[in-house]
Design a protein around this ligand. Sequence first.
Ligand code: MSP
Length: 542
Amino acid sequence: MRYSDYIMSEKYYVTTPIYYINDKPHIGSTYTTVAADILARSHRLRGEKTFFLTGTDENSQKSVEAAAKADKELNVYLDEMAVIWENTWKKLGISFDDFIRTSQERHHKAVARFWQAVEKSGDIYKDTYERHYCVGCEDFKTDSELNEDDRCPLHPNKDLELVQEENWFFKASNYKDDILQLFHNSQNFVQPPKRLNEIRSYVKDGFADFSISREAKKVSCGIPVPGDDTQRIYVWFDALINYLSAIGYGTDDELFKKWWPADLHLVGKDIIKFHCALWPAMLMSAAKNDPLLQNEDGSPKLPKQIFAHGFFTIEGQKMSKSIGNVIDPLELAVEYPFDVIRYFFFREIGFGNDGDFNRLRIAERYQSDLANTLGNLLNRAINMSRKYFDGKIPTCDTSVKTWDVGRATWDVEMVETLWQQVDEYYSSARIDLALEAIWNGENASLTLANRLVEETKPFKLIKEEPEKTALVLYTLLEFLRNVAWMIEPVMPEIAKQIIISLGQDPKSELSQHNFTQLKTWGGLKPGSDLPEPKILFPRLGE
Ligand code: MSP
């Protein structure tokens, strides 16, 4: 799919993984959730009907262990933790449209319908096996996946369980070729490309049938297998179905048709095996016997894209409870305005790569990118306009598209090109590249706008050429208005403040104009009042 296809699509359905709730949210889950929030906001701003889903994965052994440790009934524990998760996102201003809990009845209904469709396709059979299970991963481990001490490399402190059971199995192997074909036909299905390569090797070498249930007497959680009360559905098999149950699968066909397929599943690199291989295989199987999951030609309706981002370390170290460096996002939001953290996440780290959460780097970026490059520019442009043009947006001919003052030149087309890039980057989930283009790009950018002030020297120019000065200052203010809308998905609060600083009301701007109008040059009305500027980025700690 080309970027432009995304831009033109009419609806946008984006998901985060549903998180285990054996603990509070941390900066890792916050990173994924903020990414989904940014993409949802960017699509909403562009006028697309958007559905942003997050939630909690509750039918897990981890929940059972955590409830026991907290000395609480499982249901009580789950209810308390789900509220903590949902409220954390609300407090951080995350704009999710629904919050799915896999303990909810709507989810159980969807899982039952899905299981039956897969069963009807002949892809479920009983088998006996003996394997190691890691509760940390909620996954079986082959010998080659264990480290030298025969422990899970991701959870070396957890003892592996030796599971010897008769369970229901899913014939994943039936779909191996179709999945490889899918990867071949749709190069964008898994992003970034390095993850596609990784998952392709996994499917080629390791994608075999696997157990999708556990004996009920051995696990104290899980959704019962339809028609077999002695077995509970494997947590990953149930969890993936959340992407369907939240939009009405099994409860509201019309709603489901409106939103499925998902446009984007955002996940961390740790769970691509489940999302890029198991999930499409499950859907391919269920689709054979469920028209809701079929395209018009009868082919399975699969998610359009899975984007896997990298992992965070904290000041160079792996984030872990035992090191004691796990960061609570709500505490972080007291330390810094949350928009600053959102900016840092996507400016510092290429989206898709691993990165480090480093306070020194936050302080540096705050001072240079935000306070100096953006905040000072806005202040200078407003102060000079107020001083030389009677507290107003300078009066000039806004239809002038190009101008030059000495060596400095301007062409409105550069802003249009920047918009095109920004739109494409948001559509392809490259939030980092959108920010890079806005701050440093070769076209119009904040760096270039700062250079314009140095080169045109409005404080001198005003004495010789007041008309040109009006044009220069109007250009700066109008460019900043455009920048505010460009960064709105990433920094919604800061964007609002910029729009207000320019004398406009963000709410009425949004209600009176569509996206094309918002990004059309000339939105600021010459001669309208410019309020006294407020400092956007005060010194940290003040
Ligand atoms: N419950 C499953 C997902 C089921 S989706 C159908 C699960 N939950 S989890 O709570 O372990 O969340 C994993 C996700 O949290 C990762 O995929 C990633 O999105 C995020 N992160 C957890 N730790 C992280 C970092 N250190 N860095 C970045 N993201 C991290 O897996």
